[in-house]
Design a protein around this ligand. Structure first.
Ligand SMILES: Cc1ncc(COP(=O)(O)O)c(C=O)c1O
Length: 373
């Protein structure tokens, strides 16, 4: 089969494994020999390295990105009676954790260009119960943190950044995860900095919060077998930390490769009737996903599937209209931008090892799909 008609997966995780395997496996062997499996030297070193990379004082490794958000809300003592403003255009976990601590997610519509929370609509959603804003840097695209910080300051609100899809993205020269009380990362394998299993991290500049987070991830323990609060078993695994340290060293190459694929798509799709993702004014995108818009989305997707090319719809149903949030009383039409985009968006394959020929093939199939009447 020539490269011209080979399948193109949405994501190819196995192609990077061989290059990382020798160093990672040696590190696992060292961990085994030392018998240091839980919160060992790799977790501590990764926390320091990730904090330095992000430009914050502290980082705390946790079991996954969902827990990074959950523990941050708990550490900030956000709970029943509180409201947290967030976006309906995100993976469910962002809102789920707000509800899990007993608080209420308040959904604000998104901006059609960035797919991010429309920061200009946030102020109208602030009430006496609002405790925090949770911006989500969706698809790797940074939220306008200048505006979010100004709003939070004016109204005395916490900021919890959901950086799950945006490791390394920046706004105004600062990395995401450095703008609020807590920055929450996921190392789920599909993420920009992906592990080979689950993993997560919270970044913070607060000496007080970091202590709370360290206790919460370890059953609320203040000392061995001493507990002053209910916590979780939510520790970043030593073996994942070993891999993440190796990947972090060369993470700039990952960003560059993703941006190159994105630029090749921009060029290959430029003369077609699709909307390609505009670049953020004031920040750097890391392209966890490359998402186009078209009113003929389903036609394009069918052609890609037929050509054995992966694609994804992120997201088919905004969170305010999910069954689980029926009690919030939203109706179709409440948040019109995200509801319209749910019918138009299509994420195309993107991963650092993707070749120019693969990008060209995807673009050709999109072109052929749109040329059909
Ligand atoms: C925006 C967003 N928030 C939170 C999460 C949760 O992360 P995890 O799967 O590591 O729990 C994810 C991804 O899975 C995500 O995409």
């Amino acid at each position: 089969m020539s490269e011209l008609d080979a399948p193109v997966p949405m994501l190819d995780l196995s192609s990077q494994f061989e290059s990382l395997a020798p160093e990672w496996l040696a590190s696992i062997r060292e961990t085994g020999a030392a018998g240091s499996f839980i919160l060992g030297p790799n977790v501590r070193a990764f926390e320091e390295e990730a904090a330095r990379f992000t430009g914050v004082r502290h980082a705390v490794g946790v079991a996954n990105g969902t827990d990074a958000l959950l523990l941050s809300l708990r550490a900030l003592e956000i709970g029943p009676g509180d409201e947290v403003i967030t976006t309906p255009w995100t993976f469910f976990a962002s809102a789920e954790v707000i509800s899990l601590v007993g608080a209420t997610p308040v959904f604000v519509d998104i901006d059609a260009d960035s797919f991010n929370l429309d920061v200009h609509q946030v102020e109208a959603a602030i009430t006496g119960k609002t405790r925090a804003i949770m911006p989500v840097h969706i698809f790797g695209n940074p939220v306008d943190m200048t505006t979010v910080q100004a709003l939070a300051q004016r109204h005395g609100l916490e900021i919890i950044e959901d950086c799950a899809q945006a490791f390394g993205a920046s706004w105004g020269g600062g990395r995401v995860g450095s703008f609020g009380a807590a920055g929450c990362y996921s190392f789920y394998p599909t993420k920009v900095l992906g592990g080979y299993g689950d993993g997560g991290l919270v970044t913070t500049n607060s000496d007080e919060l970091v202590e709370k987070l360290r206790r919460l991830r370890n059953h609320g323990a203040t000392a061995p077998f001493m507990h002053d609060t209910l916590g979780y078993n939510s520790r970043l695994d030593e073996i994942q930390a070993a891999l993440l340290r190796i990947k972090l060293r060369d993470v700039n190459a990952i960003f560059a490769a993703r941006r190159q694929v994105a630029a090749a798509y921009d060029a290959g799709l430029a003369d077609l009737e699709v909307i390609t993702p505009p670049r953020p004014q004031g920040g750097e995108h890391v392209f966890n996903l490359y998402t186009i818009r078209s009113d003929r989305r389903d036609q394009i997707r069918a052609a890609l599937t037929e050509a054995r090319i992966g694609s994804a719809i992120c997201y088919p149903l905004p969170l305010h209209l999910q069954d689980v949030y029926a009690s919030l009383g939203h109706r179709p039409g409440d948040l019109p931008v995200c509801e319209r985009l749910a019918d138009e968006v299509l994420s195309l394959p993107i991963y650092p090892e993707m070749t120019e020929a693969q990008v060209a093939r995807v673009c050709e199939v999109v072109r052929a799909a749109l040329s059909q009447v």
